[in-house]
Design a protein around this ligand. Structure first.
Ligand code: TYC
Length: 106
């Protein structure tokens, strides 16, 4: 029973390999709260790097502020990594400690 299931899964994996149709692993980009970064600055970051309108950016910023963390979006690895670099670099340029991280999303 277990053997049959495993075998069937292997066949699907092999099929996917041959056809080149893997889903790429996806990564969440998260903003973390801190006590110093101004709220307006976080709203600007969410609009500038994550294409949110002002209303949505304000909602996400307030979620981060009250819950400690919030999601900016889900991206492929390279895109997530670039967003994290851009956000951190922009925050440091303006001397804010804003933290932005990525984590694999199942
Ligand atoms: N907690 C910050 C403040 O009170 C605002 C803030 C929100 C900072 C979201 C970081 O990711 C963040 N000024």
């Amino acid at each position: 029973m277990t053997t049959t299931t495993t075998h069937k899964q292997d066949e699907f994996v092999l099929e996917a390999t041959r056809a080149g149709i893997h889903r790429p692993p996806l990564y969440k980009v998260l903003l973390l709260n801190d006590d110093y970064t101004p709220m307006d600055f976080v709203v600007i970051v969410l609009q500038k790097y994550f294409g949110m309108n002002r209303e949505r950016a304000t909602q996400v910023m307030l979620q981060v502020h009250t819950e400690g963390m919030g999601m900016c979006g889900i991206f492929t690895k390279d895109v997530a990594s670039t967003k994290v670099e851009q956000v951190v670099s922009y925050a440091r340029k303006h001397q804010h400690p804003l933290a932005c991280v990525m984590e694999e999303s199942e």
